[in-house]
Design a binder for this molecule. Structure first.
Ligand code: ZN
Length: 111
């Protein structure tokens, strides 16, 4: 006996034909990846999806600003690491990367 599983219905957009054919250029293309237009002449087929969901979301994000803030974050992080290694931070742990700190590694070289 086979258990009957109720699978969730797939979205209707999956059943829509994704490829379009430009008669003028005799060119078949996927309008989701050409922003809804023929890549040769710019003809826009009716009802074509302009982009898949993830690409529509990715197109809405301004990646320049995201990269700029990410770069600023990385620079602040590097600055904190360097300030910590040179002992400029008041919180201590300043002599982690300093081999010349007295009494730790070079204690055997005392005279
Ligand atoms: Zn075309």
């Amino acid at each position: 006996m086979i258990a009957r599983l109720r699978l969730p219905r797939v979205k209707q957009t999956r059943h829509r034909p994704t490829r379009a054919f430009c008669e003028a250029d005799r060119w078949s293309f996927d309008p989701r990846y050409t922003q809804g237009r023929c890549p040769i002449c710019g003809w826009a087929p009716e009802g074509a999806l302009s982009a898949p969901g993830w690409l529509a979301l990715a197109n809405r994000v301004d990646w320049d600003i995201v990269g700029l803030f990410l770069l600023a974050d990385v620079l602040v992080l590097v600055g904190l690491i360097v300030a910590n290694a040179t002992g400029l931070l008041p919180t201590g742990h300043g002599n982690i990367g300093m081999p010349s700190s007295p009494g730790v590694a070079s204690g055997a070289r005392l005279h």
